[in-house]
Design a protein around this ligand. Structure first.
Ligand SMILES: Nc1ncnc2c1ncn2[C@@H]1O[C@H](COP(=O)(O)OP(=O)(O)O)[C@@H](O)[C@H]1O
Ligand SMILES: [Mg+2]
Length: 325
């Protein structure tokens, strides 16, 4: 946890009464999850409909009556084929697009009800676009990351802290901060763009295909950074992806879209329990889950909920040791 955030949390705790934690002792309630919100969903999509080219012969329904909730402190994955409406949906979630009908509730309030408040709301509901590296434009990495916090009107000192914290979360070395973003590799540029949204400290962080086009090491490092951000801040993280394998590994809640509609949503276990429905819709299930199902069908007593190669390998180990395979 960063000094800045820690101070904030300590301050909050002090107000409530308990004494300051002893140095070196980790408190069980370290994660400030939902510190400022006690409802079940910090963000809720209610019956959202979006149509491109409304009123023209080219009108195209992109999101068709989609509802789901985002829990604070959780990683929610939105998955679906290309064209299933994921990007349109997440742009409605932070008010960039206005739904034709339906509502987006942030902490129970309709974000469309007061247009003047939308700008401020976008600091709290941060959206990282797909291929955000194409939107870098400042002379230095530091200035690029500082763009959001500067717009928020924060002090120079606070901006500096936020830039360093955000760079740290995404694994950018401090030596890169004074470079031009254009001199960086593709993966590093992606990190700068993500750090730019993290620096606003959003309570809901939404990322549209944050790992697309990166190699496995790059993907992993981005996801690990997002999980650290969630762990340290208690924010909700929403990740759009078309990779079932990534969702199986990282998402705790999953929303599945298929042709503009919601196919199924819920905890990862609930969603993967609908394997047939996913397969019928051409969505596949993780390789490990498929293999586990095939082994169960051959009589092997494997537990449910095996979605990653690591989990499957661990479950198979006792069988191998016992010579039963
Ligand atoms: N600017 C646009 N104008 C018209 N149709 C669009 C536009 N953007 C997306 N669409 C259409 O809306 C549907 C949903 O697109 P999108 O939200 O980008 O899906 P995804 O992110 O899942 O690939 C697709 O059929 C797409 O072709
Ligand atoms: Mg998209």
């Amino acid at each position: 946890m960063t000094a800045n955030r820690e101070n904030k949390i300590r301050k909050k705790k002090k107000e409530k009464g308990p004494k300051k934690p002893e140095p070196g002792i980790t408190e069980p309630a370290e994660r400030p999850a939902s510190e400022d919100f006690s409802g079940e969903y910090i963000l809720e999509a209610k019956d959202l409909v979006y149509e491109y080219g409304a009123g023209t012969p080219f009108r195209k329904l992109a999101v068709d009556h989609v509802s789901f909730g985002v829990r604070p402190g959780r990683i929610t994955g939105i998955i679906g084929h290309t064209g299933s409406g994921k990007s349109t949906l997440v742009q409605m979630l932070n008010g960039l697009l206005s739904p034709k009908s339906g509502q987006v509730l942030y902490k129970g309030q309709d974000i469309g009800s007061d247009k003047k408040k939308l700008r401020e709301l976008r600091f709290q509901i941060g959206l990282v676009f797909q291929y955000p590296e194409y939107q870098l434009f400042e002379e230095t990495v530091k200035k690029d990351i500082a763009y959001g916090p500067t717009n928020m009107g924060l002090s120079a000192e606070e901006i500096e802290k936020r830039v360093l914290d955000a760079a740290n979360f995404v694994g950018l070395e401090s030596g890169l901060l004074d470079k031009s973003p254009f001199d960086l590799s593709g993966g590093q540029k992606r990190r700068v763009a993500i750090a730019g949204v993290l620096a606003m400290s959003p309570r809901v962080l939404i990322l549209d295909e944050p790992a697309s086009g990166l190699d496995p090491i790059g993907r992993r490092s981005i996801f690990d950074g997002l999980i650290r951000y969630r762990d340290d801040t208690g924010a909700a993280v929403v990740i759009v992806s078309h990779s079932m394998e990534d969702m199986a590994r990282y998402a705790e809640e999953i929303v599945v879209l298929s042709e503009d509609r919601l196919l199924v949503s819920g905890s990862r276990d609930e969603v993967f329990s609908h394997a047939e429905l996913l397969i019928e819709n051409g969505l596949d299930i993780p390789d490990a889950a498929r293999l586990a199902a095939a082994l169960r069908a051959r009589g092997m007593a494997l537990p449910e909920n095996l979605y990653t190669p690591e989990a499957l390998a661990a479950a198979l180990l006792p069988f191998l040791k016992g010579g039963r395979v």
